[in-house]
Design a protein around this ligand. Structure first.
Ligand code: MG
Length: 385
């Protein structure tokens, strides 16, 4: 490898109309997250990439800018052209790296290993593409669903992206081809035809699928999930006079409140225990001991934020949460939307992935007699790629 550090730009081409998909592909949500976010999250973790350029349709620019809001590397969103190659050219023009990687916006599973291998190969070759040998038997079709001749698959390859190039070479090829660039569906063929540059190939990644049809989503979902877990939590506090009543992060006017070391928020405590349970991180008493003066009268949202921070460190994120809260008085159904508004941003999910359902004790036991408040929570956590 060269000792001099190569500066790499990553260009995502996402300006197509997704006609075969039947609807907008980039905004399409998988596990509550837009398709494009999976790729952006992966890129964030690939140190070798220095800048990101997203080429998209004019009507998608603000959506993508919003997705990139907290992105920590230099990024730009530019308007695409009429054809895919026109869009590549628009992205290429504003790129500043020594090398550029051109990637399909519809290939969300991007591995650091693949990017690294392409960049390594680019220290030796001017143009590098990932490719997969064909393993299925190949036959021609004679129409009417009749098989024709067998095709020799031995020298056939399926070409993927990202395709890597020395920037000046790809730019020169695009300029040389000019308006004719539209007939090229990928950049390796364009470089080859325009400049006669030999394109080197390395082994691609079977997970690096291109989302084309709606049915591809099922396969993508299975590729994105590394681990799926469920956690259960329970909490109970006595209700006593002269304590504030805080449920789900919302203060509720009432003459009694939950007795406890913190604010006694049963909804959040049950949620914290469910999340800690699913991730194997312990339980609320272990992580935030009530013997520690630091947690005295502390707002419970702090516990939840800290729990989510630790959960994310382990690579997990919340997919959904369901809470039942048992309380005789007061009636809290008018407050549950507000609670969801407080908690869902902390869990980093849409409010419709969190439910909080109040129930009464119907006169039975400590809840029914107004002596206690309880909550049960179930959460689903996902570890993605
Ligand atoms: Mg508690």
């Amino acid at each position: 490898m060269n000792s001099k550090k190569i500066r790499a730009s990553f260009v995502i081409v996402a300006a197509g109309k997704a006609e075969r998909f039947g609807g907008e592909k980039l905004t399409f949500e998988i596990f509550g997250k837009p398709l494009l976010s999976y790729m952006l999250d992966s890129l964030q973790k690939i140190d070798e990439i220095e800048e990101l350029i997203v080429v998209t349709r004019a009507d998608m620019i603000s959506f993508i800018r919003k997705l990139l809001h907290e992105y920590k590397k230099p990024w730009r969103v530019v308007k695409g052209g009429v054809t895919r190659a026109d869009s590549v050219f628009e992205g290429l023009r504003v790129s500043r790296g020594d090398v550029v990687l051109i990637h399909d916006g519809a290939r969300p599973v991007l591995s650091r290993d693949l990017v690294k291998r392409i960049l390594e190969a680019l220290t030796l070759y001017p143009a590098v593409v990932p490719a997969l040998p064909v393993t299925d038997t190949l036959r021609e079709s004679l129409g009417e669903k009749i098989l024709g001749e067998m095709v020799n698959r031995e020298n056939l390859l399926r070409i993927q992206t990202p395709q890597g190039f020395k920037r000046d070479i790809l730019l020169l090829a695009h300029e040389k081809v000019g308006k004719d660039r539209g007939k090229f569906t990928d950049d390796s063929t364009l470089v080859e035809e325009a400049l006669g540059v030999k394109v080197h190939w390395i082994l691609g990644d079977v997970k690096n699928i291109k989302i084309t049809h709606r049915e591809d989503i099922k396969l993508l979902e299975s590729l994105l999930i590394q681990d799926l877990r469920t956690g259960f939590g329970f909490d109970r506090h006595p209700l006593v006079p002269e304590r504030p009543l805080v449920i789900g992060g919302v203060k509720i006017p009432f003459h009694k409140g939950a007795l406890g070391h913190s604010d006694g928020d049963v909804v959040i405590h049950a949620l914290v225990d469910a999340i800690l349970g699913a991730t194997g991180l312990g339980n609320i008493g272990l992580i935030f001991p009530d013997t520690d003066p630091m947690y005295k009268d502390r707002e419970s949202v702090y516990f939840l934020k800290e729990t989510i921070r630790r959960t994310k460190e382990r690579g997990f994120s919340v997919l959904s949460a369901d809470v039942t809260v048992l309380l005789e008085e007061p009636k809290i159904s008018n407050f549950t939307d507000k609670m969801r508004g407080v908690i869902s941003p902390i869990l980093e999910i849409d409010p419709d992935r969190l439910s909080i359902k109040p129930k009464r004790g119907e006169g039975f036991e400590s809840v029914g007699k107004g002596l206690a408040i309880e909550a049960f929570a179930v959460v689903t956590l996902i570890k993605g790629v």
